[in-house]
Design a protein around this ligand. Structure first.
Ligand code: PLP
Length: 376
C-alpha cells in the first residue's frame, strides 16, 4: 500500500535531471576518458567555488578521505585522536587502521554533535587531533573546537560526510561552509548523501597549500611525478562518470537542501509538543541540511515504534543502534570507556524518518499519521 514510501528516493531525483545526466555519462563513455580529465577538473573547481575552499581534492569515497587526511597530517602510531562515540563507524575505523588511538567522547543531547566539554577532558599528552562530525546535517561547535585546538596545538579534521552545503555561523554572524573551517574537511558522495553520485566518491577540502599537495600525492600512490613515489600512498580516485554526475547535481545542491528543510519543517509542525517525541534541534551556529530527520522517542518505546512502522510499511531507520565504544571491533581501544551516558541514551531513543529531496506533504501525511497513531 505504501510502496512509494522510501527512506531516500534516488529514482525520483534522477528522473528530474535524467537528460542532462544521461548526456554527460554518454559523453564520458564516447571519449573513453574514465579516469581524471576535464570532468574531474571541472567538478573540483566548481566545488571549490561553492564551498569557498582553496583546495578540493576528490577521492574514491568518504572513508578514504578521512584516512588520507590522517596520513597527510603525519600522525604517528599511538597518537590519540578525539572522536565522538555517536557517529558512523568510518570516522573511528580509519584512525584505528592507521594504528592511531581513537579516543571516544560523548555528544550533546540536543544536537547529537561532539560535546566540547568532553573534548577538553579527553586531551592528554598524546592527543594530536580532534574530529568533529557534523552529524545528520548540522555543524558541530567549530569556533569553540578551533579555539581548544589552538590552545593545545592540535589538528582538526571535520567529518562533513552528512552536512555538505550547511553553513557554519560564527558568533559575529560571519558564514562559511561546514568542512572548510579546520585543517582538513572530508566528505562522501555515497548515493544517499546530500550530494550523492551514482556509485562511490569522496573529497577532502583544505585552505592550506602544503596540505593540499600532500593530500593530492597520497591519494595518487604517493607520487607527484609519475613513477616517482615520495611517500607511501593509496589509490583513491573519483572516476570521471561520477565527477560528471556530481557536477550536474552540485548545481541543485542548495535546492535539494531547501527541499529537505521544507520536509523537516513539515514533520516538525506535526510532532511539536508531542509528549513522547523530541524533534531535531536547530543550532544557532549552523544551518541544518537534514541529511537525516531524527526524532527522539522519550517514553522507552522506540523499538516498539520501529516495529509498528515496519509492520505498516513505513520506512524508518536507527542511526545508530550501538555506540562505537560497545562495538566488538573497538573494544581494544575503549578500555578506559565504560559509559557514555548521552551516546547510550541516544542509541536507545533515536529514530530517523524518510528524508529526501522528493518528499511530498501527501507522503509525509501518511508517515506522520502512522507515527502519531502509535502513541494513541
Ligand atoms: C557516509 C559517512 C562516511 C563514509 O563515507 P563513505 O563514502 O561511505 O566511505 C564517513 N563519515 C560519516 C559521518 C558518514 O556518514
Amino acid at each position: 500500500m505504501n510502496a512509494k514510501l522510501q527512506m531516500v528516493d534516488l529514482v525520483g531525483q534522477y528522473q528530474k535531471i535524467k537528460s542532462e545526466v544521461d548526456e554527460a555519462v554518454l559523453d564520458v563513455m564516447a571519449k573513453a576518458s574514465f579516469i581524471g580529465g576535464d570532468r574531474v577538473k571541472s567538478f573540483k573547481a566548481n566545488l571549490e567555488k561553492y564551498l569557498g575552499a582553496r583546495h578540493v581534492i576528490p577521492c574514491a569515497n568518504g572513508t578514504d578521505a578521512l584516512q588520507i587526511a590522517f596520513m597527510a597530517l603525519g600522525l604517528q602510531p599511538g597518537d590519540e585522536v578525539i572522536v565522538p562515540a555517536f557517529t558512523y563507524v568510518a570516522t573511528a575505523e580509519v584512525i584505528a587502521l592507521l594504528h592511531l588511538k581513537p579516543v571516544l567522547v560523548d555528544v550533546n543531547i540536543d544536537d547529537f554533535n561532539i560535546d566540547i566539554r568532553k573534548v577538553k577532558e579527553a586531551i592528554g599528552p598524546r592527543t594530536k587531533a580532534i574530529v568533529p562530525v557534523h552529524l545528520f546535517g548540522q555543524c558541530a561547535e567549530m569556533e569553540a573546537i578551533m579555539k581548544i585546538a589552538r590552545e593545545h596545538n592540535l589538528y582538526v579534521v571535520e567529518d562533513n560526510a552528512q552536512a555538505i552545503g550547511a553553513d557554519y555561523i560564527y558568533a559575529d554572524g560571519r558564514r562559511v561552509k561546514g568542512g572548510t573551517i579546520s585543517d582538513i574537511g572530508c566528505t562522501s558522495f555515497f548515493p544517499s548523501k546530500n550530494l550523492g553520485c551514482y556509485g562511490d566518491g569522496g573529497a577532502l577540502f583544505t585552505q592550506d597549500d602544503d596540505l593540499s599537495k600532500k593530500i593530492t600525492m597520497i591519494a595518487n600512490h604517493g607520487q607527484s611525478v609519475q613513477y616517482y613515489h615520495d611517500v607511501v600512498g593509496v589509490n583513491s580516485r573519483l572516476d570521471s562518470i561520477q565527477a560528471a554526475i556530481l557536477d550536474i547535481k552540485l548545481k541543485h545542491l542548495d535546492a535539494y537542501a531547501a527541499a529537505r528543510i521544507q520536509a523537516a519543517n513539515y514533520y516538525d509542525a506535526a510532532f511539536a509538543h508531542h509528549p513522547h517525541l523530541i524533534t531535531p534541534c536547530r543550532n544557532k551556529h549552523s544551518t541544518h541540511v537534514f541529511h537525516q530527520y531524527t526524532l527522539r522517542v522519550t517514553n522507552g518505546q522506540r523499538d516498539a515504534l520501529k516495529e509498528f512502522l515496519t509492520l505498516h510499511q513505513i520506512p524508518c531507520a536507527i542511526y545508530y543502534p550501538l555506540p562505537l565504544y560497545q562495538q566488538k571491533a573497538f573494544a581494544p581501544f575503549c578500555d578506559a570507556v565504560n559509559f557514555l551516558p548521552v551516546t547510550d541514551q541516544l542509541c536507545k531513543e533515536v529514530i530517523s524518518l524518510p528524508m529526501h529531496t522528493e518528499l511530498t506533504p501527501g507522503s509525509q501525511d501518511i508517515i506522520i499519521e502512522k507515527v502519531l497513531s502509535f502513541f494513541k
